[in-house]
Design a protein around this ligand. Structure first.
Ligand code: KG4
Ligand code: ZN
Length: 356
């Protein structure tokens, strides 16, 4: 691959509008405009609001990314854009913008799968070689992928209901803790006793690498309601212990399923984890220890590149361009776009829409 290729990346599939300029593996700029405040009152991402905000912000993000990179549009070699999966209005905004830029400048257009962006990030940050195993674990995704090439993926398992970040967020809501839930729950769990309350370990009794998290929040709700019925409310230590028990259940399930995925992945160069939930320290440490037990290299990219950004889209675009060339102006936005085309549709979708 030509490492000196300069690529402009665009991302607008969820609730972050982002643009970045990448040269080889060097990030010249990465701009992310998040929409959290716009959706806060609704308890989730509202697709129409997201789409409008993307349409309003994309050109500003591109302008800023070019300015920070100290380049003009005509000094870019190619334009990469998330063409799916995600909320269709947002994906369409990005694809239309990229087509316009490509038509105006004559630069090649590359449609990128958002999940490929996440899955290829360990190559951008740590130069990981194919094939490797990655666990994508966030508020919108949860799957194990063996990454064989820029467009070649084998899905070993995925959530059949919620994504773990979603479960963390719901747990925080049930306990009256602030959003995003993951960091709040982790903080309280630190002072808690994970053995006080019994939480299930969903799907460990079934073979394979599929995961389930919706039962955990139901278990938490039941424990909380029992305490409220018995004591008339929750003591601070109850909250800490509930958080600790819940977090330990997520950790144990992800570690055991990762162990199975590693055993099913011969010849890999290492194990990587990406997504917002990878910020959870006990989980990260447990996965690192697991990889070491199996004699594998462990890579967890910095959080700013684990969560949604356009640098990963520019990078995945440059890898795809080198392998397969560009798309043309018939590129379409795809709300569903599984990375592993041979795998059956995943049931779990995550809070931000279909992400199989
Ligand atoms: O990757 P991300 O920023 O966005 C997508 O969902 O695509 O992930 C956000 C999710 C949220 O659900 C948040 O609660 C969770 O990641 N999260 C954490 C932690 N930090 C963020 N979950 C557990 N522990 C954390 N420290
Ligand atoms: Zn994402």
């Amino acid at each position: 691959m030509d490492h000196d290729l300069t690529v402009l990346g665009l991302e607008s599939s969820c609730d972050d509008t982002a643009a970045a300029v990448l040269r080889g593996r060097t990030i010249l700029s990465s701009v992310v405009a998040d929409q959290t405040a716009l959706h806060a009152a609704f308890g989730g991402v509202v697709p129409e609001i997201a789409a409008r905000a993307h349409a309003e912000k994309l050109d500003l993000c591109v302008e800023q990314a070019l300015q920070k990179a100290e380049l003009s549009l005509f000094e870019i070699d190619a334009i990469a854009v998330t063409a799916g999966p995600g909320l269709i209005g947002g994906v369409l905004s990005g694809v239309m913008m990229a087509k316009g830029l490509s038509a105006a400048t004559g630069k090649p257009l590359i449609g990128v799968n958002h999940l490929a962006g996440h899955a290829l990030t360990p190559r951008l940050t740590d130069g990981m070689d194919y094939p490797y195993l990655i666990l994508l674990v966030s508020g919108g995704h949860c799957q194990f992928l063996r990454v064989d090439g820029p467009t070649s993926f084998l899905r070993l398992g995925s959530t059949i209901d919620d994504a773990p970040g979603e479960a963390f967020d719901k747990t925080a809501r049930l306990l009256g803790l602030p959003q995003p839930g993951g960091p709040s729950v982790e903080r309280h769990a630190h002072a808690g006793d994970e053995a006080r309350f019994a939480f299930p370990r969903p799907l460990l009794d079934r073979p394979g690498c599929d995961l389930s998290f919706s039962g955990l929040k139901t278990a938490l709700l039941r424990q909380r309601d029992n305490l409220v019925a018995d004591q008339g409310g929750l003591h601070p230590q109850d909250v800490n212990d509930l958080c600790a028990g819940f977090q330990a259940a997520i950790r144990d399930v992800l570690v055991e399923k990762s162990r199975r995925a590693l055993l099913a992945s011969e010849g890999i160069t290492g194990f990587a984890v990406a997504g917002g939930v990878a910020a959870n320290t006990p989980l990260r440490l447990a996965l690192e220890a697991l990889a070491a037990d199996h004699g594998h290299r462990f890579v967890a990219p910095p959080l700013a590149l684990c969560t949604d950004n356009a640098a990963m889209i520019a990078f995945a675009g440059s890898e795809k361009f080198a392998a397969e060339g560009a798309d043309d102006l018939t590129l379409t936005a795809r709300p569903r776009w599984p990375l592993d085309q041979a795998a059956p549709a995943a049931l779990g979708s995550g809070k931000k829409g279909a992400k199989a």
